[in-house]
Design a protein around this ligand. Structure first.
Ligand code: HEM
Length: 466
């Protein structure tokens, strides 16, 4: 889920209005209450501090602000006044304890593209209902059954990379896309996979475009592809209705709901889940290859753990990996946790105050954005000593409460986290037991789009172990 990149550009477009409204409110709030706004600077009118944030590594911006103003500070980016928070306690307050005062917020153009009825954009009863349906399809009980299918996708993907130079992120996107389709449609999607892929790839190209819906623009092409996606989904829905069977995938969960979701609600949420599932997991996998490549002793420990599982399976003449096998991978699991922490691919999230909120002695005016800074929390030496070091063994002890939130926290936390971890474990099993890889080209750069990725998507060359 390129939540962040998705959010960014279009904020600029709506930003001007946001700025006008917020400025008026800001002064109204000053007049009304006695509470001060959080410390910090708002920068230039309208532009605010957007350039300072995006012209450098965003972490430098956050770190310098935290150093100067403390764990809560105000700024103005992408046309909107924001309060950024970087203490675990404050993040919990926004995401969990006082979640009803802070609604999720996205630019209107993104809502149109993904679909207004998608889970991310809602609160209250409708959100709770969708969440129940999504969680039902991604519980360990539900995804246990698809381990062998995920495994075949992983094996085929790795085989297709062998002997050539590949862009890790691009290839991982194909893998995570195929796993997402499997978890949504079961095996039904195979007939539609290429069409779904073609439309989705056009749709995503428009995520970060200017929301100008005129023929020829990227946004227009995206909206057309979205329509086509909805038509393919309508075909799959009508086929399922004819079959009159029970399915335990996400589509089955949506269609089986007694209260009933409309076809439009189902389509919006399926597109939304693909969006949330694909780039996030692909990016984490890309970072894992990078960190394993740079830390030979960690790679060695992971490989030994995975080889031991492979040997046991061979001895028992079992072919496919099982859910139980994936629970016997503590070292690999800690590598995933440490990657999620160090890479913090979702550096922050956005909420919006639904009313004037008194927060740790400050006023957060209604309409202001609030951004819990996950990356800062994950990189604070108070929470994780020597935070820049990739050290999976730190997770041998549980992190302090509310300091580790790679999947968010509270009512909107990630319902797909078990699936994400499962598909990563399965791919790493086959990768480390059968292949070696070398990273090609410069390896120190990070792309901030503002979504963090190794430079150029981490080109690698993969070969079979002798
Ligand atoms: C390693 C991969 C992943 C990471 C790091 C990740 C991270 C997150 C985070 C941080 C949130 C909360 C955002 C917020 O509070 O604003 C979230 C929400 C969400 N994620 Fe994930 N995610 C991952 C994979 C997945 C997968 C595989 C799926 C689906 C199968 C998924 C589906 C969702 C959905 C539907 C939401 C919205 C939940 C709601 O609004 O109630 N994610 N994810």
């Amino acid at each position: 889920m390129e939540f962040l990149s998705m959010i960014c550009l279009s904020f600029a477009v709506v930003g001007f209005f946001c700025f006008l409204i917020s400025s008026t409110r800001k002064f109204a709030a000053f007049g009304r209450g006695k509470l001060p706004l959080p410390p910090g600077t708002l920068g230039w009118p309208y532009i605010g501090e957007t350039f300072q944030l995006y012209s450098q590594n965003p972490n430098v911006f956050f770190a310098s602000k935290v150093k100067k103003f403390g764990s809560i500070f105000k700024t103005h980016i992408l046309g909107c006044p924001c309060v950024m928070i970087s203490s675990p306690e404050a993040a919990k307050l926004v995401l969990v304890t006082k979640a009803h005062l802070f609604k999720p917020t996205f630019p209107a153009s993104k809502e149109r593209m993904l679909g207004k009825q998608a889970i991310f954009f809602h609160q209250g009863d409708y959100h709770a209902k969708l969440r129940r349906l999504v969680l039902r399809a991604f519980t360990p009980e539900a995804i246990k059954n698809i381990v062998p299918d995920i495994e075949s996708i992983a094996v085929q993907s790795l085989e297709s990379w062998e002997g050539r130079m590949v862009n890790t992120f691009q290839e991982m996107k194909t893998y995570t896309f195929n796993v997402a389709l499997l978890s949504i449609f079961g095996k039904d999607e195979v007939h539609y996979r290429e069409d779904l892929k073609r439309c989705y790839y056009i749709l995503e190209k428009g995520y970060n475009s200017m929301p100008i819906n005129l023929p020829g623009t990227l946004f227009h092409k995206s909206m057309k592809a979205r329509k086509e996606l909805a038509q393919i989904l309508a075909k799959i829905l009508s086929l399922r209705r004819e079959m009159k069977q029970d399915y335990c995938d996400l589509l089955g969960s949506f269609m089986g709901d007694k209260e009933g979701l409309t076809d439009e609600q189902i389509a919006d949420n399926i597109i939304g889940v693909i969006f949330a599932a694909r780039d996030t997991t692909a990016s984490v996998l890309t970072w894992i290859l990078k960190y394993l490549g740079e830390n030979p002793s960690v790679l060695d420990a992971v490989t030994k753990e995975q080889e031991a599982i492979m040997r046991t399976k061979e001895e028992r003449e079992e072919k496919a990996l099982s859910w139980a096998d994936t629970k016997k991978m503590p070292i690999t699991t800690r590598v995933i946790q440490e990657t999620l922490r160090v890479a913090s691919i979702l550096s922050f999230t956005f909420r919006e105050a639904v009313e004037d909120v008194e927060f740790e002695g400050y006023l957060i005016p209604k309409g202001w954005k609030v951004m819990p800074l996950f990356r800062n929390i994950h990189h604070s030496p108070d929470n994780f000593p020597d935070p820049e070091k990739f050290n999976p063994s730190r997770f041998e002890a549980a992190p302090k409460p509310n300091t580790f939130m790679p999947f968010g926290n509270g009512t909107h936390s990630c319902p797909g986290n078990e699936l994400a971890k499962l598909e990563i474990l399965v791919l790493v099993h086959h990768l480390t037991t059968k292949y070696r890889w070398s990273m090609m080209g410069p390896q120190n750069g990070i792309q901030y789009g503002p979504f963090a990725l190794p430079q150029n998507g981490l080109p690698i060359k993969l070969s079979l172990k002798s």
